[in-house]
Write a protein that binds this ligand. Sequence first.
Ligand code: AGP
Length: 608
Amino acid sequence: MCGIVGYVGFQECPLILLDALKRLEYRGYDSAGIAVVHDKKILFHRAVGKLINLEHHLLKHPLKGTIGIGHTRWATHGKPSELNAHPHVVDDIAVVHNGIIENYVALKQEIQQKGIVFSSQTDTEVIAHLIALFIKEGNRFEDAVRKAISRLKGSFALGIICAQQPHKLIAVRKESPLIIGIGDGEYFIASDAPALLPYTKRVYFMNDGEMAILSPDGMELVDFKGNILPFKTTEIPWTPLLAEKAGYKHFMQKEIFEQPRVITDTFRGRFDPETGEINFEEFDLGQIGDLKKIWIVACGTSYHAGLVGKYMLERLCRLPVEVDLGSEFRYRKPIIDRDMLLILISQSGETADTLAAMREGQKKGVKTLGICNVLGSTLARECDFVIYTHAGPEIGVASTKAFTTQLTVLYLLSLYFAAWLQRLSSSEVKQYLYDLMELSSKIEAALSAAEEIEALAPKYAKFKDFLYLGRGLYYPIALEGALKLKEISYIHAEAYAAGEMKHGPIALIDENMPVVVLAPKGDTYEKIRSNMEEVLSRQGKVIAVTEPDCREIAEKAEDVIKVPEIANPFLKTILYTIPLQLLAYYMAVFKGTDVDQPRNLAKSVTVE
Ligand code: AGP
């Protein structure tokens, strides 16, 4: 998730662009850059690391210009480097991009066959070359842009300038957000509202398939065929901080509601639905040789993702999978074979216990694969291979979108291994991949229960203890739900494999014990139903999470949270996670705890 900005008007813009980029810093950055048009030339600076590095560069070598674009990179293709930083400049064209170009490899080969040499590993550079080529063929700047974007597949929010058109800033939007700020004789573009607020509150939220040609004289909005479109501007009533939360009360709430988009961003471009072929940019099976066993090590929420991954990998690949807590793994002298694959899961990529486990495995000559959300983190740099979740920066201490994007990667990885080990036919893999395409809309439907779940908070926030019960794939989901509740509402919550109740925990049940029961349709439905009866017969209060037509569950529970139907048992775990995140969130809000920064906790536990 990168951040793009742009300006065209009467003011000198380099410092405006830099200030706007600073207001997008929460979107994450591993490099940044700015390009302007001055004296019919493109001038630009790019720097790796924090924005302060770009600022120092600009102070030493100031740029001048009243039109420009800027970018903070949260990389998806190509490691952080000056060459991979945006803007990408080709001839008289400079481009900044947020999104993923799914067909960039084919386009890059096509352009290279014309003898053109690329200078970066990014997907974005393809866009700059296409526009430059169409201009060379005699097209006007805006026509060259339209021809170029008609070749692109995937998601893109673009800011584009041309040295020969020093008064035209072009903005394009397809599936990645882009907002236009309207001033007096000046226009701004930005990925998110905070970047615009110090300059204007009058904005136009671009829609998919729109292109804007902005100049000090005005704004023209067209579709990708060049047809003029009407537009209505609105006023943003937010303060800059509120804008960073996009109007949500907390970062955690925003991140819960970002899940449909970031899960799509995580699988986008990583498989071809027609052929069923799966590919990870930074990981190729050919590099690991024989694969006999998998060991997953992680902490906290990432550990729960690993437990779900175990079910996925064992069912789909028929490979033995062990899962360990980072803090336990290294001290129990694990028996590690060299033909194992050690998978480390970590949102931050800096968790000390997980890093220690990685190093323990590497000492014993095991190949290590990191599943990580932060590009350039220690885990990402030191693992032999890495697969990134494209969740964007997760600011809330309680992990939400990182967890569901980890499950998405583990699901894709299970299919990747299953195809390679020939455990699944290509038609079975294609069907499993097809199921991903409907996932985001199902998550949106699960999120639509937010108000009903919020209404439960006053009734349940007074209780001191909760139990969460799940079976099979849903036992780790119960663990995750209990962790969410305890870490942000400070209410004690424990999760059990539902079949374990009769071995002790059922002694806890009485009218003061709310029990969240995950009751998905499937092979354990009847079993979980009888577990629920055991709880009810001891006056336990059951909050059932189940599907719309599970009437016998709904009739008996104290309260019911409905989850939309989805046949795929693996992806259903993501849907069942959503209400548990929301329940924990609204309970914490009702109790008035510090939702984004809960007491005693840090976002990344970098010490043992
Ligand atoms: C989860 O909500 C917590 N913030 C915590 O358990 C976290 O998952 C754990 O510390 C691991 O962090 P990592 O994914 O960055 O390694």
